[in-house]
Ligand binder design. Structure first.
Ligand SMILES: O=C(O)CCC(=O)C(=O)O
Ligand SMILES: [Fe+2]
Length: 266
C-alpha cells in the first residue's frame, strides 16, 4: 500500500485498486457466476457457490491481502462473501452505517501511532467495467470518522438531494474496492442495461466474527488448504499448551483440523 493509498483510505474510508485481476481471471469468475445462476449442475458441487471454484482466487489475492494487513492488522480472517448479478432497476439498498462507531470492536475505525485498525472491511470485486453513473457502491466520504449520527440531510440518493460528500468510483473490470464497514454506504439502483456482476467479500481481525458463516460445507471443504486458512476458527491464543499456541496460518497448514464448522442448518 502506498502512502498515497493510505492517505486516501483514511481520508475517505474507501480505496480503489484498479484492474488487479486479469481479463482471463475475470472471464472465468463471470462464467462460474453465470453457471451458478443458470446451470449449477454443470459445475462440481464444490464450485456451486462463492468462494469456491474460480472465485477462490479472490480469497487471498496478494494485492488484497497486502491492503488488509495494513488496514486491519497482520492476523485476519475472511468472514462472509456474496455475489451480485444486479439487473437494471435492482438495488442492494439505501445509505446505511456511518457515524460514531469508532469504539465498536466489530465495525470501529481507529488510527493510533501511525497504524490503521479498521474493524470489518468489505472488498468489492467489480467484474464488469463500472462508470460513474452506473450505480456502483456509493459512500459518504469521511463518515467512518464522524462524531455525530448520520444527519438526514445527507442520507438521500435522489437526484438533487444528494449530499455533496456522496462519492462513488469508476473502474475497469477486475478492480477491487475496499471500504471500512464504519463508512456510510449504499448499493443504489443499477442503471445500466448490462448487469453489475460483482463479488463482495468481508474480512475482519482474526479474533472477531460478525457473520455466522453460511458457505456450504462442501464448498469450504473443497478449497485448497491455504485458502481454508482464511476461515480458521476466530481465536488468537490457546493456553492449553505452554507456551500458548497462536492461531497462525502456518499452524493451520501444519494441522489436519477442519476450518470453522459450517455444518449447521440455515
Ligand atoms: O451492493 C452494494 O453496492 C453495497 C453492498 C453493501 O451494502 C455491503 O456490502 O455492505
Ligand atoms: Fe452494507
Amino acid at each position: 500500500m502506498t502512502d498515497e493509498e493510505k492517505f486516501r483510505f483514511d481520508l475517505t474510508g474507501f480505496l480503489v485498486r484498479p484492474a488487479i485481476i486479469t481479463k482471463d481471471e475475470v472471464a472465468e469468475i463471470v462464467d462460474q457466476l453465470d453457471r451458478i445462476r443458470r446451470d449449477p449442475e454443470s459445475l462440481p458441487p464444490e464450485h456451486r457457490a462463492v468462494p469456491g471454484g474460480a472465485s477462490s482466487l479472490l480469497i487471498d489475492h496478494p494485492k488484497v491481502i497486502d491492503v488488509l494487513h495494513q488496514i486491519i492488522g497482520p492476523d485476519i480472517r475472511m468472514e462472509s462473501t456474496f455475489s451480485v448479478w444486479r439487473m437494471k432497476g435492482q438495488e442492494h439498498g439505501g445509505l446505511h452505517g456511518g457515524g460514531p462507531g469508532q469504539a465498536d470492536p466489530i465495525f470501529g475505525y481507529r488510527v493510533r501511532n501511525g497504524r490503521i485498525h479498521a474493524g470489518m472491511v468489505r472488498v468489492v470485486f467489480e467484474l464488469t467495467d463500472v462508470s460513474k453513473d452506473d450505480g456502483g457502491t456509493h459512500f459518504i466520504v469521511g463518515s467512518h470518522k464522524a462524531n455525530f449520527p448520520m444527519h438526514p440531510d445527507h442520507m438521500s440518493l435522489e437526484d438533487g438531494k444528494r449530499s455533496p460528500y456522496l462519492m462513488t468510483y469508476e473502474c475497469p473490470a477486475g478492480s477491487a474496492i475496499f471500504f471500512t464497514e464504519n463508512l456510510c454506504h449504499a448499493g443504489p439502483v443499477w442503471q445500466r442495461e448490462t448487469p453489475r456482476i460483482a463479488i463482495l467479500n468481508a474480512y475482519a481481525h482474526l479474533a472477531t466474527h460478525w457473520h455466522r458463516l453460511r458457505i456450504p460445507p462442501e464448498v469450504l471443504n473443497g478449497l485448497p488448504r491455504e485458502k481454508q486458512a482464511y476461515f480458521r476458527e476466530p481465536w488468537i491464543a490457546d493456553f492449553r499448551t505452554s507456551p500458548a499456541t497462536h492461531n497462525t496460518i502456518d499452524r493451520f497448514l501444519e494441522k489436519d483440523e477442519p476450518p470453522i464448522n459450517t455444518d449447521h442448518q440455515p
